[in-house]
Every structure is written in C-alpha cells, then in structure tokens.
Design a binder for this molecule. Structure first.
Ligand SMILES: Nc1ncnc2c1ncn2[C@@H]1O[C@H](COP(=O)(O)OP(=O)(O)OP(=O)(O)O)[C@@H](O)[C@H]1O
Length: 246
C-alpha cells in the first residue's frame, strides 16, 4: 500500500551538528509507527521534520526528500502540509480560550464558514476523542480549566479539526497519569483506522501495545525498522536487545 508520508535519506543538523543522518521512514495507512530510542537520538526531530517544523528552527539544516502521498513536500504549500500532517506535542497546550473556539478556530482557518456545520463538527470531534460526555454544556468554558488528560484529548481533536491524513504524536502521554494515558492509548488505537500515525514514546510497553511498525533510532540513525513484532520483540542487534531489556 502506498505510504501516506515518507522520508528518504533525511539529514537534519542543528548549528552544523548532525541530529538525523540518512533516515528513511514511512507512515502507512491504518498503522501506528512507534519511534523509539535513547534520549537525544533524534525522535522529536524526525516527527518535526515530517511536518516541516524543523525547517523553521533557527540553526537547523534539512536535506533529503519528504513525500506526502508520493508528492514532494517541497512542491506543496507549507500551510497545506501542516493541515494534512497534524502534530501533537508532549505538553498539552490548548489556546487560552474556550473548548469550542480551540476547535472552531482551526475549521475557520481552513475555510469552513457555516456556523451550524462548525457547531456540528465541534461536537463530532469531541465525541471522537471521548470528551463530549465530559464537557457537554461547558464547551464555552476555558480549555485551560480541563485536566491534563482532557487537554491532551482536546489537542488531538484540534489536530483532527484540520482533517489531516497523518497524525504525529511526540510523547503524547508523558505528562499524564496512568488513567489518562490509558484513555489516550485507546484513542490512538481507534484513530489509526482513519489516519497514519507516528508515535514517539519513551514507554516501551506503550510502543509494544500500539505499534504496528517500529523504528529504532540511535545517534540520529535508523538501526532497526520494520514490523513492531520483530523490532520491539526480536531485534537483530545485541545493543537494541539490551536497550529493550530483552
Ligand atoms: N532546536 C535545537 N537546537 C539545537 N539542537 C537541538 C535542537 N533540537 C534538538 N537538538 C539536538 O538534536 C539532537 C536530537 O534531539 P531530539 O530532541 O530530536 O531527540 P529525542 O530523541 O527526541 O530526545 P528525547 O528523547 O530526550 O526527547 C539532540 O542532540 C538535541 O540536543
């Protein structure tokens, strides 16, 4: 199946210091690609490069190919790439206005004008992330009053409001408690039906639970890649086995 998003021979450096070297990776439809590896190995840099955020980082230099459904991102307007490739960060950071406006603003930004259509879609998105029941009747209250887990689900809904094809998640649960983590994990498992997902995680158990594919990075290089069942359970290299505590 054609990948939704692909990077080929990607090299990223910050102030001349390499962070990623010759990285190739694919995000396939209806699959979660778990991106794992030791601290500082380039996981965040990889997902940020997948929606061109690295290209705006001062001192960063990006080389290599990035493709969205086979078309070079270089030939697609940045705003379109960002719409089609959503990014969710480690710390949930909704904008400091209402729950409703956090979502409707994205829709307006992407040209939706019909008020009823927007209202309907806000409800649908809140349902998708399992928030509707919890915030019903309060969607005009500040998003910052939500719990950490609720804020993260709102941030996921905000990424989905742009109707993306791929969803990049950079440690989406690391600021959350066990229960909220479980809720987000269930959500990720359901979202992959509709989106190609990249999941950066320090949590190896989480990578094993959710990953269909896996990419193991070390010092900016891909050292193992393929089906998660192999990479995370039977990696080829002794060093990877040691990291994965196998
Ligand atoms: N904006 C930046 N400016 C300079 N160097 C950076 C920048 N962002 C990342 N780096 C460096 O690039 C390398 C890769 O960092 P990155 O954050 O991508 O790794 P990571 O695997 O996500 O790390 P962690 O698991 O600790 O979050 C590190 O050496 C880091 O210090």
């Amino acid at each position: 199946m054609e990948p939704i998003l692909e990077v080929r021979d990607l090299c990223v450096s910050y102030d001349g210091k390499p962070a990623l070297s010759d990285v190739s990776a694919q995000l396939a439809p209806q699959r979660v690609c778990a991106i794992v590896g030791p601290s500082g190995c380039g996981k965040s840099t990889l997902v940020k490069s997948m929606n061109l955020l690295t290209d705006e980082t001062p001192g960063a230099r990006v080389q290599g190919e990035r493709l969205l459904r086979g078309r070079s991102m270089a030939s697609i307007p940045v705003t379109e790439v960002r719409r089609r490739v959503g990014l969710v960060f480690q710390t949930p950071t909704p904008f400091p206005f209402s729950i409703e406006r956090n979502l409707s603003q994205v829709m307006r930004l992407h040209g939706m004008r019909d008020r009823h259509q927007i209202e309907e879609r806000v409800v649908r998105l809140l349902e998708t992330v399992g928030l509707y029941r919890e915030v019903k009747g309060q969607i005009h209250k500040s998003a910052r009053a939500l719990s950490g887990g609720q804020m993260q689900r709102l941030c996921i809904a905000r990424a989905l409001a742009a109707e993306p094809e791929a969803l990049l998640m950079d440690e989406p649960c690391s600021a959350l408690d066990v229960r909220s983590t479980q809720v987000i994990e269930e959500l990720i498992a359901s979202l992959k039906e509709r989106y190609a997902v990249a999941l950066v995680t320090h949590n190896l158990a989480q990578a094993r639970r959710l990953g269909d594919d896996a990419l193991f990075l070390e010092e900016g290089r891909v050292v193992e890649a393929g089906p998660a069942a192999r990479v995370l359970h039977e990696p080829a290299r002794p060093e990877t086995r040691a990291f994965l505590m196998l």
